[in-house]
Design a protein around this ligand. Structure first.
Ligand SMILES: CCOC(=O)Nc1nc2cc3nc(NC)[nH]c3cc2c(=O)[nH]1
Length: 373
């Protein structure tokens, strides 16, 4: 049996979106789900208790970064990532493929794996599918991502085709190297760039490898939103209905809703905590750049409709002051709010699927947030 099992609860009659449950060794996750990103074994500025308080069910951590620092052997010695970071709910680790590939000229790809230089001290390193599995096994994550290549955008057909075929060969090596199948689930990653026939080829090859879940990679890499939605429209229907579908690196409120409508169950993105650190909040009426002078004497909460700790206790004027003064509390408060905002949004999406009204919910949310449909 797999370490992770997906249960399809219901399909929205209005949109075709799915409501599900993902059973993992560290607990059950209600899907569709947004996963806060904790790249270096911490969701920046947040404690595990605060993450639970705002409703986080699962977090992401990053294989490449933890291999680099403090080292996966040290984390293993600490008893694994859950113990090391004091998080007892599910953890998904990405394979670091994306990071290594975004190192650009510092890396060299071969059939064996990827040679690259550390972003910390320039030292030489090599990661292979087997190494990526060894690292994730040492970390002890509930869900491990296969070592893949996320093709850049734009990229020509030839490159994307060769890359997806290597990603398939690497996936088979990951599965071969997967030891701890009872406690850790391996997810495959579908590539193929923005080419319909290559997405079909990658889906066919990746789905032929029997695994508990699959991701759609190679998106949210700078392509126009419409193009990402189009790729989703012809890719998710190729995926099994009884397994979770994870869209990597997504996303903003509109992308989450549009992704769920197109059959996606799991998402991750650094956006909420990243924009928090430069003083931007997501609110029910759209973005609020709180450092803006117009909020200097605004003694109302970031979001009048929000019941998070930040909105219940602090005003825009105070948070603007913290941002201008470069106070650490600014990141903590805005990160708390932004994560709560996305987690709350996904709760409302799950409720709308339950009530067969996700398209109506999209229209209401877009109108208020200021998106155009
Ligand atoms: C998160 C999973 O990491 C992997 O193991 N490979 C992988 N990671 C991605 C991360 C991405 N982030 C974005 N946008 C911010 N797009 C991404 C694509 C991949 C991917 O194809 N493959």
């Amino acid at each position: 049996m797999y370490a992770v099992r997906y249960e399809l609860i219901k399909t929205c009659k209005q949109s075709g979106a799915r409501l599900g449950r993902l059973h993992t060794p560290h607990g059950v996750i209600e899907t569709p789900i947004f996963m806060p990103v904790g790249t270096q074994a911490t969701v920046k500025a947040m404690t595990p208790e605060e993450l639970k308080e705002i409703g986080s069910q699962i977090i992401l951590s990053n294989t490449y970064h933890l291999y680099m620092r403090p080292g996966h052997d040290l984390v293993k010695e600490a008893g694994g990532l859950h113990k090391f970071m004091n998080w007892d709910k599910p953890i998904l680790t990405d394979s670091g493929g994306f990071q290594v590939f975004s190192l650009g000229p510092l890396r060299k790809i071969t059939e064996e794996g990827v040679n690259f230089r550390s972003h910390i001290d320039g030292s030489k390193h090599f990661i292979s599918p087997e190494k990526a599995m060894e690292i994730q096994n040492a970390l002890g994550s509930d869900i491990m991502m296969a070592f893949d290549e996320c093709a850049p955008y734009p990229a020509d057909r030839e490159y994307v085709k060769n890359s997806l075929e290597r990603t398939t060969r690497w996936l088979k090596r990951c599965k071969e190297a997967h030891k701890n199948t009872e406690n850790q689930a391996l997810f495959g990653i579908i590539q193929g760039g923005m080419y319909k026939d290559l997405r079909e080829q990658s889906a066919k090859e990746v789905l032929a490898v029997d695994l508990p879940g699959y991701a759609i990679g190679g998106l949210s890499v700078g392509e126009p939103k419409k193009l990402m939605y189009e790729v989703l429209e012809y890719t998710t229907p190729l995926m099994p209905v009884d397994k979770p579908r994870y869209l990597m690196g997504v996303g903003s409120p509109d992308d989450l809703i549009e992704g769920v409508i197109r059959g996606v169950d799991m998402f991750d993105c650094v956006l909420p905590t990243r924009i928090a650190r430069n003083g931007t909040a997501m609110t029910s009426e759209g973005k609020v750049v709180v450092r803006n002078a117009k909020y200097a004497r605004d003694f109302t909460p970031l979001d009048p409709e929000c019941d998070c700790y930040c909105c219940k206790n602090y005003t825009r004027a105070y948070i603007r002051h913290l941002v201008k003064a470069n106070e650490i509390l600014a990141s903590r408060l805005i990160s708390t709010h932004n994560l709560h905002f996305l987690l709350k949004l996904m709760e409302q999406v799950r409720q709308a699927i339950m009530e067969d009204r996700l398209l109506d919910f999209r229209a209401e949310f877009f109108q208020k947030y200021g998106y155009e449909l």
